[in-house]
Design a protein around this ligand. Sequence first.
Ligand code: NZQ
Ligand code: ZN
Length: 386
Amino acid sequence: MERFTYDIKTKIYFGEGEIAHLGEAVSACGKKALVVYGGGSIKRNGIYDDAMKYLREAGIAVVELSGVEPNPRIETVRKGVDLCRREAVEVVVAIGGGSTIDAAKVIAGSVSYEGDAWDIVLDASKVVSVLPIVSVLTLAATGSEMDTFAVISDMQKNEKWGTGHPDFRPVASILDPTYTYSVSAYQTAAGTADMMSHIMENYFSNESGYMQDRVAEALLQTCVEYGVKAVKEPCNYDARANLMWTGSWAINDLLCLGKPVAWSVHPMEHELSAFYDITHGVGLAILTPHWMEYVLDDTTVEKFAQLARNVWHVSPHETDLYQVARAGIKCTADYFKAMGIPMTLREVGIDETHFDEMAKKASEGMEGAYRELSPEDVKAIYQAAL
Ligand code: NZQ
Ligand code: ZN
């Protein structure tokens, strides 16, 4: 195992009613907050009222930025940066899913930078300082509530890039599973596919970490146990709670530290979102089985068979490794389908028009991946997913 430093500063308040800690968590960072949220779900389900109550009681002055888009746009980030500067904001509070938290992170990291916020998206080494971030998570998926990443789009340029900085990790996050009861079946399925993808991106690396892989398999099994359940029973506390906590641990570095990891399916999916504005987790679910089929060969078959046996319980007595591996890939695709996810690119409105351009950009973002893929390889995977 390689050397590493594991430093998680995010304080987690987990469980029903834990929003009661919002005032104290924000007060520890400042007295004036930018509250960032999305298109209004938090007003319909009461989370906005809960949050405002506790901020008011703690004497926090609030400035609001609403309307963060799914696949958050740089234009909205710029608005947030202007607000922070004009209002001398001291702390950024994100209430929402990954899009809202990601926008909040880049806002927080751009306020003290003289240039444009898009520079920070392209190159996080330009960050001078980051305002403290507190998040209230409302959708289990990205793990943004406990990780260092943010993903922002410039749809004018068809660009969507991930950026990351140690100080983007929220100082505190409130995880109330009941806040995810109102998440639609479609977004629940997409969120589960997203966290499964994060786990698998870490799992498929060129060197195994025994402990990391066993934890990864346990987290995957948790997704399998509770993903369909949450889709069918949106108010099942156990299902929502297990998914919420799994989403955080899928990407908070536990699974990747100690071994070389670079992702494969995410760079391919980010191009789909950049050109067609589709739901991230849906794009991942469509591409993942085809990526698996494409990279399955004598050097990878053992790992795919391991996934099949340990997560999907494919027959331990079958000795043909390819058969075991392929059965595992089929289980993965079938599970996404069982959650109601459309499983072809055409179903989400994507055709071959931009394949060359998307494949070229995706392949540039894959340095050091489990299998580095050329633009031709990526194009072949897109074609298989049509
Ligand atoms: O905008 P509102 O009205 O809040 O509605 C949202 C949005 O329409 C809705 N929603 C959220 N919580 C809800 C709810 N609806 C009802 N009840 C609730 N409690 O769900 C829709 C999707 O929200 P969004 O935040 O976009 O979803 P998600 O959390 O999946 O985030 C996706 C974004 O995160 C990026 C993706 O690329 C995408 O841009 N990612 C971020 C990562 C990170 N920070 O580490 C890693 C990921 O791989 C991913 O790339
Ligand atoms: Zn993801």
